[in-house]
Design a protein around this ligand. Structure first.
Ligand code: ASP
Ligand code: MG
Length: 440
């Protein structure tokens, strides 16, 4: 069994969805196809939901109308025959009737999440219908029947597997099973989702649940790159990464993959392959358990970081000080990313600033506080790079002309992170590209 996931841009236009069908057909054996909503749809649904929540009914209605128009135009080019076209019309109309019913009712958080789910429900049904028109045998596998999260919003992998396996087995003669990314049920059995970009996560959860041979994530870029192609001129796709390397990169801003995707794949040792729908011959990136050691693999950056320095003479030779500092962040449900300590001060970074004012107030009890906003973490990743001699020299030689606010290394053997002011980001990424990869 292979799991193939196609993102929003891969299904965003009728000709692209047809290409998806070709790619699926070209993959031998049994497969589960996970689809996102058409690109732009989830954003539109979020906006409709926000407007309904705020009581801007007219605005929401006009957004629903323009989204519906988009889908009617889409199916015009998707189906060839009249009969299929009529079915396509029926599918689109049905979903939009439902959306209008949701909008007209008591619109609350629950209806909001139900609204968000419509994007993946439509895209998968249209794809199924397109395969029907082409007389390609397939089945729809409703994600809302097997994907679930618990009260902490964590996917219930064992339960998912327990529901999904018999479903898949019951369709033994069918080679193509189609399901929705992103959507699930929560512990109250309501419709919910795995957060934005969550279709990748769906794919790896399914891969783990059915012990797939491989999970393929098809996007519009030819794999993970060694550096940010939007900022640095010359980058290249990395052919092979370990799970550890990929999870560091996914978290530190390599937007190509939802950060949680690696977790189930790594746990059950299921290879994840990143592929490009626009260029299926390109090798992409293969993520597996083992990999080459000791060389730099990639550089990633994460913006909007806030650094907080707490200076306190009470810290000198005291124990329990860090625990009390960390408790402040725990209490505000704010994760800490980097941390550096001296005898009388500790610096740390957060990326969620929602509770910053009250965190500051509480921290002031310990000593003096300095807060620097608009910082960027630059993360340099490579399997066991820290075991190699001269690694830090190479990194800091490249960064020689850039003020570094914090350094973190040794936390894992696979990464070195530095914190700089955002204004130096472009310069730093380019300097490291040249210094570590000889790319100019
Ligand atoms: N459609 C959802 C989103 O745009 C999920 C996904 O595409 O991964 O966030
Ligand atoms: Mg995505």
């Amino acid at each position: 069994m292979i799991v193939l996931k196609f993102g929003g841009t891969s299904v965003g236009r009728p000709e692209r969805l047809k290409k998806v069908a070709e790619l699926v057909l070209a993959t031998p054996g049994k497969k589960i196809v996970v689809l996102s909503a058409l690109s732009g749809t989830t954003n539109a649904l979020v906006s409709i939901g926000d407007n309904l929540m705020a009581g801007n009914i007219d605005k929401a209605e006009s957004e629903i109308a323009s989204l519906e128009k988009h889908y009617h135009a889409y199916i015009k080019d998707l189906f060839t025959g009249e009969a299929s076209h009529a079915i396509g019309e029926e599918i689109v109309s049905r979903y939009f009737i439902l959306m209008r019913l949701l909008a007209a009712g008591q619109f609350d958080d629950k209806s909001y999440r139900e609204l968000l789910a419509q994007g993946e429900l439509i895209s998968t049904e249209l794809f199924y219908q397109y395969l029907q028109e082409r007389k390609i045998s397939s089945r729809l596998l409703p994600a809302l029947h097997f994907m679930s999260i618990d009260e902490n919003e964590e996917p219930e992998l064992e339960k998912i597997s327990g529901r999904l396996k018999p479903l898949v087995d019951s369709m033994n003669t069918i080679e193509i099973l189609i399901t929705q990314g992103y959507i699930c049920r929560n512990h109250r059995n309501e419709i919910d989702n795995l957060k934005r970009g969550g279709s990748d996560y769906t794919a790896s959860l399914i891969g783990a649940a059915v012990h797939a041979e491989e999970v393929q994530i098809w996007t519009d870029i030819d794999g993970m790159h060694n550096n940010d192609p939007r900022i640095v001129k010359k980058t290249f796709p990395i052919s092979q990464l370990t799970f550890d390397e990929a999870s560091e990169l996914a978290y530190f801003g390599a937007k190509i993959l939802h950060p949680s995707t690696i977790v189930p794949a790594q746990k059950y040792n299921i290879p994840v392959r990143l592929k490009n729908t626009m260029d299926e011959k390109a090798p992409g990136t293969l993520i597996t358990e083992k990999g080459t050691q000791g060389s730099f693999k990639a550089i990633a950056a994460k913006d909007n970081i806030t650094a907080i320095k707490i200076k306190s003479s009470r810290m000198l030779m005291a124990y329990g000080f860090l625990r009390r500092v960390f408790e402040v962040f725990e209490h505000h449900k704010t994760p800490i990313d980097m941390i550096a300590t001296s005898e009388v001060a500790v610096s740390l970074t957060i990326d969620n600033q929602a509770h910053l004012p009250s965190i500051e107030t509480e921290l002031k009890k310990f000593g003096s506080i300095e807060v620097d906003k608009d910082q960027t973490i630059i993360c340099i990743v490579g399997n066991r790079i820290m075991d190699k001699e001269g690694v830090l020299t190479e990194i800091f030689k490249s960064l020689a002309s850039i003020p570094v606010r914090m350094v973190s290394c040794g936390g894992s053997a696979n990464n070195v992170s530095v914190l700089i002011d955002k204004q130096y980001k472009e310069k730093a990424l380019n300097a490291l590209n040249e210094g570590l990869f000889a790319l100019k």
